[in-house]
Design a protein. Structure first.
Lengths: 522, 143
């Protein structure tokens, strides 16, 4: 643990005179004691001033600390509680304010720090922390551990650089060097102070600071290092923190000093806390769904703001999850999908739902079962099974299921010319039938034109009557079944129509199985 | 000389398939197709149409009077099939080149001529400008 020594004196004096706050001064003196930064602002200011004053009174006082000649060390330690501080009732005694000539200065309006713009002044104090906690608690989150992220306006990097150059120069006079990395980072110091004050039970609290008054301070960097500032589509300003930091790394010291006052000027106003945002990490829920309706789309079907069909698979499942998890939004994905008029039977189709910014994240297996029951009770159009919490890898599994795994179907087929049992029997013997499927006309308006090679692994026919039969097929992922039946104007070859030498059409289609063994069966 | 454009448009989700309508001379008894040519001018062959991506970039743009192909029959007649609708040419049917018979046997399905994607803004007005089967028959009767 380091504290202020003789060599720091000129730095402290210089920075104090140019309008830098006590905590920033400690940072530039490389003071690494976290506790010190947590001391109240007033006390730190007082102690620094005493530290400086003691230099003048050096000749008059006796050095009481014999252990460290020749310089007199001032220990700026304040522990939270010391036995001596407790009065006979066990209550913490107030540290009496010292009445001396410095009091007048202490009680005057606090100057906004020319380096941190108030971040290590106002925004560490108990009032601001209370505000943050209030915001968090009112949003009613359930969480385990937290991440506190702070967003600082880019001009702070510029001011930090100017202050460093100033201090470096001063130390140079003493024959000492100061590396940029030795200085305590502003964000770090801020978090040292804030973290212990925030309850251990938070998740991600992010605070965004802005200082409109000095926003244009970093613009000079654009002329000095133009290639660091390229306009990006979605960003309001070209002067992002990263861009400013990159430019500061590039710019030469003399160039910097030409354009920016060193020491940095004293601002009139404090920083503003723009946003205090709470965010929980996303949770993933997976399961398998059955679809029993021939009139239900997988995702909402809305054209020109008008809903064409009522509800959707994803809405019927997600609405209950959203309510229970109290999330902001969801992302639904599944191992492939079926048309509006196709049923999904058998074990169902695997799906995964990402719940964004959920307020509740802890659910027992029992509760998940209950949730599954709620969904199943609410609709006879869909049913879900194996509902469970999973990790982010779920999404990868969905993709894998969609692109690689086989599916089996049952199709009710009509033919124009009459058929007999013998006419369709040969279909059962065809294995690994290769198809060339051009992008079906029915999706051509929203898909690129291409030819897909797909394989029908096996088929099994069931004769019904002269114009109807049922066909069971096992196919490669991504095969268009309807087009395989009717041929899509000859753009899918071969097709049932071409194989039977008739015009064939599909009356009904069911998905019998999606051959993915994920998520785990419960 | 008036020419009734005997074209069918089967439209589904904006995609239009252009086929010969039933009253087209080529579909009448006794006509034998001798050749189908997608090279409609020195510089333009419909066979060279290449589209890429969802928005079908690179497609040849068709106006109502753009020729799609020229078909010759054994009696020396030559017929030009026109697009009749505005839009991007997605594909022409190459199957009829190798098997002209399907043009006459299955004109509304496997014997189609071309697939066209009109501009999104124009698709509604195009569909409204078409004749229904009934209206088409009425027009034929009046001739």
């Amino acid at each position: 643990m380091s504290s202020l020594t003789e060599k720091d004196r000129p730095i402290v004096q210089l920075l104090l005179n140019t309008g830098t706050c006590p905590r920033c001064i400690l940072r530039f003196c490389c003071v690494g004691s976290q506790t010190l930064y947590r001391c109240p602002y007033k006390d730190l200011m007082k102690d620094l001033k005493e530290f400086l004053k003691n230099n003048q009174e050096k000749e008059d006082t006796v050095c009481s600390d014999v252990v460290d000649p020749p310089c007199k060390r001032i220990r700026l330690e304040h522990t939270e509680k010391q036995p001596d501080d407790l009065n006979h009732n066990g209550a913490l005694q107030q540290i009496p304010s010292v009445i001396n000539e410095n009091t007048a200065v202490e009680n005057s309006v606090i100057e906004v720090c020319n380096v941190c713009l108030g971040i290590l002044q106002e925004f560490c104090e108990i009032d601001f922390v209370k505000k943050v906690c209030q915001k968090v608690n009112s949003a009613d989150y359930q969480f385990t551990s937290f991440v506190f992220s702070v967003s600082l306006p880019p001009q702070l990097s510029v001011r930090e650089r100017a202050a460093w150059l100033l201090v470096k120069q001063e130390m140079g006079k003493l024959g000492l060097s100061l590396a940029k990395d030795d200085i305590v980072q502003l964000k770090e110091a801020y978090k040292w102070i804030i973290h212990p004050q925030l309850s251990e039970d938070l998740f991600e609290v992010s605070v965004v600071f802005a200082h409109p008054e000095t926003d244009e301070e970093c613009h000079f960097l654009a002329t000095a290092c133009p290639d660091c500032f390229k306009p990006a589509k979605n960003k309001q300003s070209v002067f992002t923190r990263m861009a400013v930091i990159k430019a500061l790394e590039k710019i030469k010291e003399d160039d910097f000093l030409k354009h920016f006052p060193c020491p940095p000027s004293s601002p009139k106003n404090l920083c503003v806390a723009l946003e205090i945002q709470c965010n929980n990490g996303a949770v993933f829920v997976a399961g398998r769904y059955n679809k029993y309706s021939r009139n239900l789309p997988q995702t909402p079907w809305i054209i020109d703001g008008e809903r064409k069909l009522e509800s959707s698979v994803e809405e019927l499942i997600s609405e209950h999850l959203m309510a229970k998890f109290k999330a902001d939004s969801f992302n639904f994905s599944s191992s492939g999908r079926e048309d509006v008029d196709v049923r999904t039977l058998g074990n169902g189709r695997p799906f995964a739902i990402e719940l964004v910014n959920p307020r509740r994240i802890h659910f027992t297996a029992e509760e998940m079962k209950g949730l599954q029951q709620t969904i199943n009770n609410s609709s006879d159009k869909i049913q879900v099974r194996d509902l469970q919490l999973v990790t982010r890898e779920a999404i990868g599994r969905m993709k894998e299921g969609e692109e690689e795994k086989t599916k089996t179907y049952s199709a009710l087929i009509w033919t124009d010319k009459a058929i007999r049992k013998e006419d369709i029997a040969f279909l059962d013997d065809i294995k690994e039938l290769k198809l060339d499927q051009k992008t079906p006309l029915r999706v051509l308006h929203r898909r690129p034109l291409a030819v897909r090679c797909r394989i029908i692994h096996t088929m099994k026919s069931e004769y019904i009557d002269e114009h109807h039969f049922r066909l069971h097929l096992k196919t490669q992922a991504g095969t268009y079944i309807k087009e395989f039946v009717h041929g899509d104007f000859g753009r899918t070859k071969p097709s049932i129509g071409s194989l039977l030498n008739r015009t064939a059409d599909i009356l009904e289609l069911d998905v019998e199985s999606v051959d993915v063994d994920w998520p785990p069966t419960l | 000389f008036s020419q009734l454009q005997h074209n069918n448009f089967i439209s589904c989700c904006r995609i239009c398939v252009i086929t010969l309508a039933e009253a087209h001379p080529l579909l009448q008894n006794g006509k034998t197709i001798t050749s189908i040519n997608y090279q409609i001018s020195a510089n333009c062959s419909r066979l060279q149409n290449k589209v890429s991506g969802k928005s079908k970039r690179g497609a040849q743009f068709l106006t109502e009077l753009a020729p799609l192909c020229r078909i010759s029959s054994s009696d020396g007649e030559e017929y030009t099939v026109y697009s009749c609708i505005r839009g991007r040419l997605i594909e022409v049917n190459e199957n009829i080149l190798s098997n002209p018979a399907i043009l006459q046997e299955k004109p509304s399905t496997e014997g189609y001529i071309a697939v066209v994607l009109p501009k999104f803004e124009e698709s509604k007005s195009i569909t409204q400008g078409l004749l229904t089967q009934k209206e088409y028959e009425e027009v034929l009767l009046k001739r």
